[in-house]
Design a protein around this ligand. Structure first.
Ligand code: URP
Ligand code: ZN
Ligand code: ZN
Ligand code: ZN
Length: 467
């Protein structure tokens, strides 16, 4: 049947929900129509020797987020999504942070307008809830949740963002009523502030002290508290960017008590350490993120969590700043104290290659687990019903991998707006060679194909927190 499909991807090893097998993928009208053999179509892509994986979903990225006086994020939707696509990610989920007194709805409308017509990847947007007035919790948040923005993040750290325990409970109560997912950034702000004041008083102001003033204990305590608050409020929650074994222990204990806790980790906690913050020449500023990278033992604990299936989500926490203006020569504040270095590192394009190389090629995880950690579980937990799997009926978001390709990560080859990558020189085996968004080739051989940006806002369902 010539032309039965718009597109056929022929002969890849296809990672479906539950198997890995050589087959053809037939695409019609942007969706996967057939999985089988000897399929025909108007366009045929020969993919023998390649692996077909579901397009990545990066459910934790920061794009064009207000970042304090004089600091601008290095990526807008156009550049962040171009980088995502080139790294094999087809859906991104950034955060809408309302500035000042802007009501949630107005902030969301303005934020969505930034993506309109320029985004190369499909996208959903989480809210950041950093105030708990009656208008926000009584009206704006419920209305946005009912509109399909079914998840939001609360912070236990950062001045101006951190909520008290009572506030977190009040926000969780809204999530419970509307079946939304609460994402928690778990670090104890008072403890950090205490340690930070002490560090500055004793002259420990270099980037390394971003890490020493945010020790494992501040995260462990906050994870315990967040999971306890969720238990009290009776809601599922996601602990984002888990960096160490003690935090994971708290998650395990909370699960054993019956709380539905989902856990995310990120490339930085598997591959970087606090020693990177101690690099000479102020280079350490390029590794400032929260929680900070830890040490080899905590990396091993995070890997063990990945291998045992204790993490559902592997996200980038892409939060790009330009070293030149945020921490470089022209940023005297950053040199005066680590306190003034904006928190966050870029990683949207390198997330999947790092996990593929270290995890799959490294023999730690199967291709099926890779697909779940990078796509399937994100779709399930954030209500992306047409995404995250290679299955008949799903959107034809597909990434073709060359499992044997050897690359060295270089800033010069990346597409993000940051002026550095924390993984400069990092050796990778396995690289995405083609990306399809709803059946359209959007990346080939490491470059955008030139297709007009066609990313769509995704209307999201409620999270599926019970398998
Ligand atoms: O340092 C980080 N992670 N910056 C991004 C904001 C956040 O807390 O996720
Ligand atoms: Zn075949
Ligand atoms: Zn965070
Ligand atoms: Zn983040």
């Amino acid at each position: 049947m010539s032309g039965a499909h718009d597109l056929v991807i022929r002969g890849a090893r296809v990672v479906t929900g539950d198997t890995v097998a050589e087959m053809d993928i037939g695409v019609r009208a942007g969706r996967i129509a057939t999985l089988g053999h000897d399929l025909s179509g108007a366009q045929v892509v020969a993919a023998g020797g390649l692996i077909a994986l579901p397009g990545g979903i990066d459910s934790h990225v920061h794009i064009s987020q207000p970042s304090g006086p004089g600091i601008e994020m290095a990526d807008d939707f156009a550049s962040a999504s171009a980088a995502a696509i080139c790294g094999g990610t087809t859906t991104i989920m950034p955060f809408c942070l309302p500035e000042g007194d802007t009501p949630l709805r107005a902030a969301m409308d303005a934020y969505l307008a930034r993506a309109d017509g320029v985004c190369h990847a499909d996208y959903g947007v989480h809210l950041i809830v950093h105030r708990t007035d009656a208008q926000t919790l009584g009206q704006d948040l419920p209305a946005l949740l009912e509109d399909g923005h079914t998840s939001f993040k609360v912070f236990m750290t950062y001045a101006g963002l951190a909520l008290s325990d009572r506030q977190i409970l009040d926000v969780m109560a809204v999530a419970r009523r509307h079946g939304a997912m609460v994402m928690v950034h778990a670090e104890n702000e008072d403890a950090i502030e205490f340690l930070r004041d002490e560090a500055e008083r004793t002259g420990r102001t270099a980037p390394l002290h971003h890490a020493t003033t945010r020790p494992v204990a501040v995260e462990r305590e906050a994870v315990h508290r967040a999971t306890t608050l969720a238990e009290i409020a009776g809601v599922p929650l996601t602990i984002v960017h888990v960096s160490n074994g003690a935090a994971l222990d708290e998650i395990r204990r909370a699960r054993a008590r019956g709380t539905r806790v989902f856990a995310e980790t990120c490339p930085q906690y598997l591959t970087l350490t606090a020693d990177d913050l101690d690099r000479s020449g102020f280079e350490g500023a390029k590794y400032v993120c929260s929680p900070p990278p830890r040490d080899a033992a905590e990396q091993a604990a995070c890997w063990a969590g990945i291998e045992r299936g204790e993490f559902e989500l592997f996200s980038s926490d892409h939060c790009p700043f330009r070293f030149a203006d945020a921490a470089g020569k022209d940023a005297p504040g950053a040199r005066a104290s680590f306190r003034n270095i904006p928190n966050g590192i870029p990683g949207i394009e390198t997330r999947l290659p790092i996990l593929f190389s270290e995890g799959v090629v490294g023999g730690r995880i199967s291709l099926e687990r890779f697909a779940a950690l990078t796509a399937g579980n994100h779709a399930r937990l954030y209500g992306l019903t047409s995404k995250g799997v290679i299955a008949v009926g799903a959107d034809a978001d597909i990434v073709l991998w060359d499992p044997g390709a050897r690359r060295t990560i270089r800033q010069a080859d990346l597409h993000h707006g940051a002026d550095y990558t924390p993984w400069e020189g990092f050796e990778i085996t396995g690289w995405p060679v083609a990306t399809f968004l709803r059946g359209v080739a959007v990346m080939r051989d490491g470059a955008l194909t030139g297709a007009a940006p066609s990313g769509r806002l995704l209307h999201r369902a409620r999270p599926r927190t019970v398998p």
